[in-house]
Design a protein around this ligand. Structure first.
Ligand SMILES: [Zn+2]
Length: 341
């Protein structure tokens, strides 16, 4: 059985992704929707949470038999069978019963136990355009006194790709389960018009092995974001380059705030913020082999102050692995927990 204490699995990550790729979507598809938002007078790109959920769902579908995952119908309604359909279980649904009379069909709604944030670009769009212009300058251009600052940006040609911040949180208790109303006291007994009701979770998936398998499928999908995009030619690589992931005994989204950049030009992580959030989250962490269930994953060449970040993480007792290893650590702990309890 899944240990009762596991309430949430969180992942928050940075992904270095080419803007050019992002804009070369399938013609006419509204799923590749590179949206822009303004903050502090500058424009930043983002990919909607809905689109991110779509990519995850499609990545999961590839590992499922047709009968394990429905396709939304012409009205965009999913099947709503939590026990049979992995996607309806993980991502929720809404469908309305057909009825003879208009407006009498009952609606069935499941809130997604998997929360997915939009992927937000952390470097301003404008910066990429400026740099594009600068790189077109002919070779051998001499830098005038006072122009050094401008010339320095040439080094940042890489800004044509952006760093995206994305995150997911899994409400573990609701995987394979759904809330149902229970009558606490009858209307008659309570001398009221209506009974007094509460809610409780009902199991739709009896086997915990199956519940853990569904969580694993989602974790695999995050590891394989890029794999999917190559096949569907939809989007570029959203796999984590720098990642924090935790198993929590308390449901909270706090870890999502751990990653913040110090300035908009370089990819320097605010280490003070990182340290503060890790300390705050520590109380919510589940422990695996007497170690707090929090891991970091990092690949080289994405974070400008990587050495400093690593130092802070290690000082806080967080193992620094690669992103794939960090996600694997979560899977291993889940599976062992599933076996022992
Ligand atoms: Zn379904």
């Amino acid at each position: 059985m899944m240990p009762q204490e596991v309430k949430a699995i969180q992942l928050v990550w940075l992904s270095k992704t080419g803007l050019t790729n992002l804009n070369s979507g399938e013609g006419g598809s509204n799923l590749v929707d590179i949206k822009k938002f303004r903050y502090g007078g500058q424009e930043f790109p983002y990919v909607s949470g809905q689109a991110m959920r779509f990519y995850l769902k499609e990545a999961i579908r590839r590992h499922l038999q047709p009968e394990e995952a429905c396709v939304p119908d012409e009205q965009g309604e999913a099947c709503g069978r939590i026990s049979e359909c992995v996607l309806c279980d993980l991502f929720g649904f809404m469908w309305t019963e057909r009825s003879e009379k208009r407006g009498e069909g009952r609606s069935h709604v499941r809130t997604s136990p998997v929360k997915v944030s939009p992927a937000v670009g952390l470097h301003p769009l404008e910066a990429t355009m400026t740099i594009d212009f600068l790189t077109r300058r002919p070779r051998g251009t001499t830098i005038e006194a006072g122009q050094e600052e401008e010339a320095r940006s040439i080094v940042n040609v890489e800004l044509a790709t952006n760093i995206y911040l994305a995150g997911t949180c899994i409400d573990v208790a609701r995987i394979g389960r759904e809330e149902e109303l229970v009558e606490l006291r009858g209307a008659e007994q309570a001398r009221r018009k209506f009974p007094i009701r509460g809610v409780q979770l009902k199991d739709y998936v009896q086997s915990n092995t199956e519940r853990i398998r569904r969580i694993r499928l989602l974790l695999d999908a995050i590891q394989d974001f890029s794999d999917y995009s190559k096949q569907a030619r939809l989007l570029t690589d959203f796999t984590p380059d720098f990642l924090l992931t935790a198993i929590q005994s308390n449901y909270s989204h706090r870890l999502q705030k751990a990653i913040q950049l110090q300035d908009s030009e370089e990819t320097r992580i605010n280490v003070e913020r990182l340290r503060q959030i890790i300390r705050e989250v520590r109380q919510d962490l589940w422990s695996a082999d007497n170690q707090p269930a929090l891991w970091a994953g990092m690949i080289d060449g994405v974070i400008d102050n990587a050495a400093e970040v690593k130092q802070v993480l290690e000082a806080e007792g967080v193992s620094v692995l690669t992103p794939r290893e960090a996600i694997n650590a979560v899977k291993t702990v889940l599976e062992n927990a599933g076996k022992t309890s």
